[in-house]
Ligand binder design. Structure first.
Ligand code: PHE
Length: 341
């Protein structure tokens, strides 16, 4: 027993004195002490020679020794990762790791699509500020002060006298384009707009629009209809049908709202079309002569049409998103679904 004890003490001293500074030395240590033919195994083999009365104590000593030897190894294990100079651990011929791909926001995808459909027929993009003065958001668009139509849009005021608002529609950009006085005009105005509405599945205090404006000589309502019919066929497919309902907007006369046949049920009735077979997608009309005059455009020479649609609405129809709040919650589980689209 005493010889076993001595042996263990010697080994322990040797182990403690050992300085392991490389992966190679660590491996040598492992083989020498912990390997299948190593010292720990060897000493355990000697247990059979220990007299029965001493076995218990010997067993405890051996276990303690083994734990100490293993702890020394574990304490230097990090060296293994530090690399071994003699052989490169990286296989440089392996293909690289795939980087996780981000995804465009569904609203941006749909906005891009709307814009490119109109670009194909000669429209160009115009943008403007989100904080807008009263003239561009209201007055120039045939909505003078106290005009009841201002109530149609619940406005966020940034300041009063002079009035600055968060634009309630991108028609303000159309006003800015007309103001430049270059004719003809053929623009599409995508952008974020704001209205003071309680946030719910169906309404939000901000959303996105794409509005269009076309002013030239001899522009008629037939041009308006054909242009918008072309748009929905490109967006929703050849089979889509359209209908126009009379409506009212202060800046257009006559005004209409355009519906398309329901793309989900094909007209037989579902929750998207509220069982009517039709879904409303945009407002439109012939530019009001007052508005042309506001920008020194002669309504006897020039006519034009305008339209405005909500990007959220188009996205909802295209992808059946049924809660507006999803668009701004940045939940990756929602956003990832648009990854490959
Ligand atoms: N500006 C209108 C709105 O935000 C939409 C519209 C644009 C209607 C152009 C007609 C013509 O509701």
């Amino acid at each position: 027993m005493s010889s076993l004890k001595e042996q263990l003490q010697q080994h322990e001293a040797a182990i403690q004195a050992l300085e392991i500074t490389s992966a190679k030395a660590l491996e040598e240590y492992r083989i020498q002490y912990l390997g299948t033919k190593g010292i720990v195994k060897m000493i355990f083999g000697e247990m059979k020679n220990v007299p029965v009365t001493e076995k218990k104590e010997a067993g405890q000593l051996l276990n303690a020794f083994k734990q100490m030897a293993e702890a020394k190894y574990a304490a230097h294990e990090h060296l293994k990762d530090a690399g071994n100079d003699s052989s490169p651990r990286e296989d440089l011929s392996l293909p690289g790791d795939a980087l996780p791909l981000g995804t465009r926001h569904p609203l941006r995808k749909v906005e891009n699509e709307i814009v490119s459909i109109f670009e194909k027929i000669g429209f160009s993009v115009a943008t403007g500020p989100e904080i807008e003065d009263d003239w561009h958001n209201f007055t120039s668009l045939n909505m003078p002060e106290n005009h009841t139509a201002r109530d149609m849009q619940d406005t966020f005021y940034v300041s009063r006298n002079p009035d600055y608002v968060l634009r309630t529609h991108t028609s303000s950009v159309q006003a800015r384009v007309m103001e430049k006085g270059q004719l003809p005009v053929r623009v599409i105005c995508p952008g974020r707009v704001y209205r003071n509405e309680t946030i719910s599945a169906r309404a939000h205090c901000f959303f996105h629009q794409c509005e269009g404006l076309y002013i030239d000589k001899n522009v008629s309502f037939a041009d308006l209809k054909q242009t918008l019919y072309y748009f929905v066929k490109e967006m929703f497919g050849e089979d889509v049908r359209v209908r126009f309902r009379p409506s009212y907007f202060p800046f257009t006369e006559p005004s209409a709202e355009m519906d398309i046949s329901c793309t989900v049920c094909g007209g037989s009735g579902c929750s998207l079309c509220k069982h009517t077979g039709w879904v409303e997608i945009l407002g439109c009309g012939m530019v009001h002569p007052n508005m042309l005059r506001n920008f020194n455009i002669d309504p006897d020479v020039y006519t034009g049409f305008a339209f405005g649609m909500g990007v959220e609405r188009i996205t909802q129809i295209k992808y059946q998103v049924n809660d507006l709040r999803l668009y701004s919650q940045n939940d990756v589980r929602f956003l990832r679904q648009f990854q490959s689209l």
